[in-house]
Design a protein around this ligand. Structure first.
Ligand SMILES: Cc1cc2nc3c(=O)[nH]c(=O)nc-3n(C[C@H](O)[C@H](O)[C@H](O)COP(=O)(O)OP(=O)(O)OC[C@H]3O[C@@H](n4cnc5c(N)ncnc54)[C@H](O)[C@@H]3O)c2cc1C
Length: 445
């Protein structure tokens, strides 16, 4: 229960306390997982505060520390694992009004945490730059939510992962203490708050490196045979002379669920590779597709236009969403593949599970090499069968990054940054109020 004295301290701030809105705004996309749905349905904040400035964030953090009230943060609420769902009620900070782009200059940009990625990208493009990578939720997700809960995305085939050194230049965070501090994290210290689900600090500003803006082309290449398609996707990702932004492989019958394409773009029975490539290199992709026995069935300039769904909204975790729009019974897995043996593992898993685990791989740079991770769409039957499939995938060298858990450390977080985050949390959140229940190391300690 929220103490009336606590609410009085927040006087003058934008508050939301209508039960319907509290329930609506306390949810993310955890419902992809039948396991999380059971665990998280009904959880909600007791009060939402919408700060309009960093000073207001500081005021809320101070009040929560003084009254020992749990404090969570909401960006665009597009997370997949109940990352922002308040497990213990309390306050949810909605960052929607902290949405100023502070500056864009010489390949860098600094944004308040609530800036939508689409807005950040568009503003950068107006000055000849663009985001190096974004999640396929570009149109809804925020800069702060991406660095706090995201991992990779469109652009990762060229620029790697969000956790790679250089992918984030600085984070400004507010601590949760009676007298909150504002801390600027740079270099290795970024790991203290990066991908921490807001458990170690409230991110109020993010500085990102930008890439030169390119004109992009969207293409679909189709193949009769899954193994041929998989080898093509790997070869494309390894083609250093071809400047890519997206290289996504989806096995049939996934394309059957994709609506909104012109006739002939997704032929019956074909496996597909969705591609975004710099316009100058589109010809080289067409040649590679032909060399590998595929067919280009869609070839158009990339534009963010009303009425046109960008190709990337069928990739990354949008693939699962497109299927869920038609078949509510499916769920998904999230896995990482052995370096240099990813294609063999991918083909072996496709042959073993067929349509029960519909193969979907996102190619990306990992540790300097072309690899893939996977968001396989699963015909879910029971939890027992799900864990049996996971165990069998592990025998092929394919490791789960568990999407059926809201625990931070279950996502394969590197031990180094998990330790760093725990250590930082001891000073930044001494009462354990920030997104409680998500960091298992804190509960254990
Ligand atoms: C259809 C679909 C496709 C997706 N595709 C991708 C993808 O390609 N790549 C990818 O990495 N992810 C993907 N995701 C997951 C998610 O969309 C991204 O990680 C996104 O960047 C999250 O941003 P958000 O603003 O919605 O964050 P939210 O969901 O609001 O929050 C995510 C986490 O960060 C915390 N948080 C949010 N803002 C702050 C802040 N300012 N300070 C501290 N903590 C904060 C929240 O408490 C929560 O723990 C996908 C999800 C869906 C549903």
């Amino acid at each position: 229960m929220i103490d009336p004295d606590f609410k009085a301290v927040l006087d003058g701030l934008e508050l939301v306390d209508q039960p319907v809105l509290l329930r609506q705004r306390s949810r993310d996309f955890y419902w992809y997982s039948p396991i999380l749905k059971r665990e998280l349905d009904g959880k909600a904040a007791e009060l939402i505060v919408v700060p309009h400035s960093v000073d207001e964030v500081v005021r809320v953090a101070a009040a929560c520390a003084r009254f020992r009230v749990p404090l969570g943060v909401r960006g665009g609420a597009t997370g997949n694992y109940g990352q922002m769902v308040p497990l213990q009620g309390g306050v949810l900070l909605d960052m929607a009004r902290l949405d100023r782009t502070l500056w864009i200059d010489k390949g860098r940009g600094r944004f308040e945490a609530g800036v939508k990625l689409a807005d950040a990208d568009t503003l950068a493009q107006q000055q000849g730059w663009e985001l190096r990578m974004f999640p396929s939720t570009r149109r809804q997700a925020t800069v702060g939510g991406y660095v706090s809960g995201g991992a990779a995305g469109v652009g990762s085939i060229r620029y790697g992962q969000l956790r790679d050194a250089g992918s984030v230049l600085a984070l400004k965070v507010v601590t949760c203490e009676e007298t909150p501090r504002i801390v600027e994290l740079r270099g290795a210290d970024i790991g203290k708050a990066l991908h921490a689900y807001g458990t170690s600090g409230i991110v109020v500003e993010v500085e990102l490196p930008l890439a030169p803006a390119y004109a992009w082309v969207e293409m679909i290449a189709t193949f009769d045979d899954f193994a041929v398609a998989a080898h093509f996707a790997q070869a494309l990702g390894e083609s250093d002379g071809i400047f890519l932004k997206l290289d996504s492989l989806m096995a049939w019958p996934l394309p059957r669920y994709f609506m909104g394409f012109e006739d002939g773009a997704l032929p019956e029975g074909k496996h597909v590779v969705f591609i975004m490539v710099a316009a100058s290199d589109a010809g080289a992709v067409r040649c590679l597709v032909a060399e590998r026995g595929g067919t280009v069935t869609l070839d158009r300039p990339y534009r963010e236009e009303r009425g046109q769904v960008p190709l990337y909204e069928y990739t990354w975790n949008h693939t699962t969403l497109q299927v869920l729009k038609i078949d509510k019974t499916v769920s998904y897995l999230q896995t990482v593949f052995p370096i240099d043996a990813n294609i063999d593992a991918l083909i072996a898993s496709h042959e073993r599970f067929g349509e029960e685990v519909m193969a979907h791989a996102e190619f990306q740079r990992r540790q300097g090499r072309t690899n893939c991770s996977s968001l396989q769409v699963l015909r879910y039957t029971t939890d027992e069968r799900l864990w049996q499939i996971v165990a069998e995938l592990e025998t092929l060298g394919i490791r789960l990054s568990n999407p059926h858990s809201y625990i931070l450390e279950d996502k394969g977080a590197r031990v180094l940054s998990a330790d760093l985050q725990l250590e930082f949390k001891r000073e930044s959140d001494p009462y354990g109020l920030l997104n409680p229940g998500k960091m298992s190391r804190w509960q254990a300690a």
